[in-house]
Design a protein around this ligand. Structure first.
Ligand code: AMP
Length: 271
């Protein structure tokens, strides 16, 4: 595995290859990231992973400061897979310097779910994905269904500019059904017990919601109950169509989207 610290050396190394799979990450590598790497390694002849904690996608300074970072361990874990050919670890200036791009704006119908609660977040995500894609020039990008809205918006945005497939990959969970996430490193044992109880409730809810006539109205009352029971703040609990992310009243082609805070840490998931 070759580690590259700037775009000039990365571009040089990649020039001769034409079947590149790309896994963008913000580090604090876990088995969710490793599953994307495996997928890329199965499908593409070369795999590039990036580790870059993008400050532009944090709408909250404290969240950026406390975001878990562990580059030494990340390199160890990624190298151990023997499935990554190039690891790109750029500095802030390598991505953002001397490269003015028109400001990305979300359209009104996209300002839902996390876009409604984290102002500027997806603008930052789309900006960095645009920059990384223009540097790596991948044939395929592998991203997690765990961040489904991110996957949806990146697909939609990159389609307009690049000839790159964005492939959604399944969410990896721990034995307690909690979706793996770098943010889980910020949770206490007690928080994790609550997170497990919540996700198990949501799994049952997703099965039973079939019987409800007005599903999103029912979800509002479930949201209130969960907030009270677990003393948490829930940003949203909504059933939405996976093709267009519109509110849905059927189970088919729909997912239950949730975001809530535990110990000041914002978690998201979908089922
Ligand atoms: P992050 O480092 O959190 O920005 O995530 C990098 C990529 O890994 C994104 O495409 C995420 O959707 C994906 N990812 C994060 N958690 C998981 C998970 N538990 N299972 C599968 N993919 C994940």
């Amino acid at each position: 595995m070759k580690i590259l610290l700037n775009k000039t050396s990365l571009t040089k190394s990649l020039r001769q290859f034409s079947d590149i799979g790309f896994v963008p990450t913000m580090g604090s590598i876990h088995k969710g990231h490793l599953s994307l790497i495996s997928k890329s390694n199965q499908i593409c002849s070369k795999t590039v992973v990036s580790i870059f904690v993008n400050p532009k996608q944090f709408n909250n300074k404290k969240d950026f400061k406390t975001y878990p970072k562990n580059i030494k361990n990340d390199i160890k874990l990624i190298s151990k897979t023997k499935k990554v050919d190039f690891l790109y670890v750029p500095k802030l200036t390598d991505i953002f310097k001397n490269n003015k791009k028109p400001k990305i704006k979300l359209i009104k119908i996209d300002k839902i779910l996390c876009a409604k609660f984290r102002k500027g977040h997806f603008e930052g995500v789309l900006d960095v994905m645009d920059r990384l894609t223009s540097i790596v020039k991948p044939n395929k990008i592998f991203m997690g269904n765990k961040d489904f809205q991110q996957l949806f918006l990146v697909k939609k945005y990159l389609k307009k500019k690049y000839n790159t497939d964005v492939i959604g990959c399944k969410t990896i969970r721990n034995k307690d059904r909690i979706a793996l996430s770098s943010r889980n490193y910020l949770l206490t044992k007690e928080n994790l017990i609550i997170a497990s109880k919540i996700i198990k409730k949501l799994i049952v809810l997703k099965k039973n919601i079939k019987l409800e006539k007005n599903k999103n109205k029912y979800l509002l009352s479930v949201k209130k109950d969960l907030q009270k029971r677990f003393k948490i703040k829930i940003d949203y609990l909504e059933l939405r169509n996976t093709d267009n992310l519109k509110l849905s009243n059927v189970i088919d082609r729909s997912r239950l989207f949730v975001s809530y805070y535990l110990n000041g840490v914002r978690l998201i998931d979908n089922l």
